[in-house]
Design a protein around this ligand. Sequence first.
Ligand SMILES: CC(C)=CCC/C(C)=C/CC/C(C)=C/CC/C(C)=C/COP(=O)(O)OP(=O)(O)O
Ligand SMILES: O=P(O)(O)OC[C@@H](O)CO
Ligand SMILES: [Mg+2]
Length: 259
Amino acid sequence: MRPPVPLLYDALCTGRQRGRKAVAVLLDPDNITETSLLHVLSLAAIHPVDYFFVGGSLVLSSHQAALIALIKAHSTVPVLLFPSHSLHLDGPADGLLLLSLISGRNPEFLIGQHVVAAPRLRASGLELLSTGYMLVDSGHPTTASYVSGTAPLPHDKPTIAACTALAGEQLGLKLMYLDGGSGARNPVSGAMIKAVREAVSTPLIVGGGLNTGEKVYAALAAGADVVVVGNHIEAEPAFLAEVVRVVASFNTVAAVDIA
Ligand SMILES: CC(C)=CCC/C(C)=C/CC/C(C)=C/CC/C(C)=C/COP(=O)(O)OP(=O)(O)O
Ligand SMILES: O=P(O)(O)OC[C@@H](O)CO
Ligand SMILES: [Mg+2]
């Protein structure tokens, strides 16, 4: 099968070149029902978001494909699978964050899962976005670090994160994702985001514990191109409006700069 045209990746790169910031809402199939999803979709119709990421560290529920179909029935926003395992590939998504957990030293999450998934991924026709995924210590163990059996990057070591991202870029990974983990008590620091931003030229995604407008602002100001918000929108869907407002404030400035 011919690989799909890299529409999502091209849009990310173009957005980055123009200084445009983006927001992704993370929908965890284990924490969302059809009713709560419809509510988020109705809010996103008023406060437009750029991506829906769908995934979770465990995914015990079996309705991931149905949830994605529901998104597709109500929204044109691209859906990217954000799988933590090669078992979590179902649903009519547009693309997939093909994570390699470069902050860890567990071969299963650096290459093992990918080998198992490769034939299915090729047959899926999904746009694959190869992503250097870095878990960062957020003050307490997160499901993602526990499930992957890896130590996260130390919170106060931006240089290690920068070298890790640089190595990932040199290996050909096209996106970098700094993640404090779902529900992180402390989001990734501005110093670490800035260090990674300066080290690589790939688009940079930042998430984990972004539960106030100020934290979203700080991540974007430090150099994130895309912010991901999951838990706090699950708990308080109205937060979506605030996140979108903060992201839009950066894009207004970018538009004025270009004009
Ligand atoms: C190659 C394929 C298809 C899969 C491998 C994917 C890899 C390497 C994953 C890295 C390790 C990992 C466990 C990542 C978690 C990513 C994820 C979906 C995070 C969001 O889940 P959370 O929301 O943090 O966790 P909860 O489920 O606790 O909410
Ligand atoms: O759920 P939150 O804490 O917003 O984190 C989002 C995401 O980056 C986790 O992988
Ligand atoms: Mg979650």
